[in-house]
Design a protein around this ligand. Structure first.
Ligand SMILES: NC(=O)c1ccc[n+]([C@@H]2O[C@H](COP(=O)([O-])OP(=O)(O)OC[C@H]3O[C@@H](n4cnc5c(N)ncnc54)[C@H](OP(=O)(O)O)[C@@H]3O)[C@@H](O)[C@H]2O)c1
Length: 216
């Protein structure tokens, strides 16, 4: 499965005001129009599931279910092999179908927590969680398409391992600390892209990119 990416970024490619900081801290600074949230939710609803990295769950405590709409089943997923997400977090509130990638080293207490909360555990191997196994596990469970809403580490892993589909980039009218989290964390070779669409939303722009056919 190819995974699309949906991210709001500053004009210098930064997705949160600081490391370990909730990206929603930008909301009172920018006061985005309702249309921006709607555009984001509409992209989510084009997919069967929304994925996030575990650092994002920890820093934002998101529901990942604000895009709920009649006739659309919200599905959210993350990978948390170390069992870092606390039981009180909204990801485990039981409100929507939830899947979590685990490995052979995931602690028993955490596996029990997932079971108690009705969260589906998706096996991702024995060492570092393998994205290929996670995505195959989602497909086996009926998830045919997914959009990843960050953060930068998971985005980079999807890119580097060849799972990147489209990029939906909400370019925000702000410059953020360059030492914070980049849209694609870490080093990598240039990846040429092709612009498929652009839409102005207030002071922001929603850009849709696909990988250029020349980039493999
Ligand atoms: N502006 C936006 O639209 C937006 C969207 C999302 C997030 N954010 C911001 O981004 C920040 C978090 O981003 P982040 O880059 O630090 O982390 P992240 O991508 O959210 O999460 C990365 C973590 O995912 C886990 N993981 C498990 N399997 C993995 C695999 N195969 N490949 C890669 N990662 C795997 C790792 O945790 P383990 O080591 O525990 O396995 C890794 O540290 C937050 O501040 C959040 O607010 C912004």
């Amino acid at each position: 499965m190819r995974v699309d990416i949906l991210t709001a970024s500053s004009i210098n490619g930064i997705i949160t005001p600081g490391r370990g900081v909730c990206s929603h801290d930008l909301v009172p600074v920018l006061n985005p129009p309702r249309e921006l949230w709607e555009a984001k939710y509409e992209v989510r609803r084009r997919h069967d599931a929304v994925l996030v990295g575990s650092n994002t769950v920890l820093s934002n405590d998101p529901t990942m279910s604000s895009h709920a709409a009649p006739g659309y089943e919200v599905v959210r997923a993350t990978i948390d092999s170390a069992g870092r997400i606390p039981p009180g977090f909204r990801f485990f509130d039981g409100s929507v179908r939830t899947l979590v990638g685990v490995t052979d080293s995931t602690p028993d207490f955490y596996r029990r927590l997932l079971e108690e909360r009705g969260v589906e555990a998706v096996p991702c191997g024995s060492g570092r969680p393998e994205l290929s196994l996670f995505l195959a596990g989602l497909e086996e469970r009926g998830v045919r398409t997914a959009v990843c809403e960050g953060g930068g580490i998971l985005n980079r892993a999807l890119l580097d391992q060849g799972f990147l589909g489209r990029i939906y980039l909400l370019l925000l009218e702000v410059i953020l600390d360059a030492g914070s989290v980049n849209l694609f964390e870490g080093p990598g070779a240039p990846v040429p892209l092709r612009l498929e669409a652009l839409e102005r939303i207030g002071e922001s722009v929603l850009l849709t990119y696909a990988k250029s056919t020349s980039s493999g």
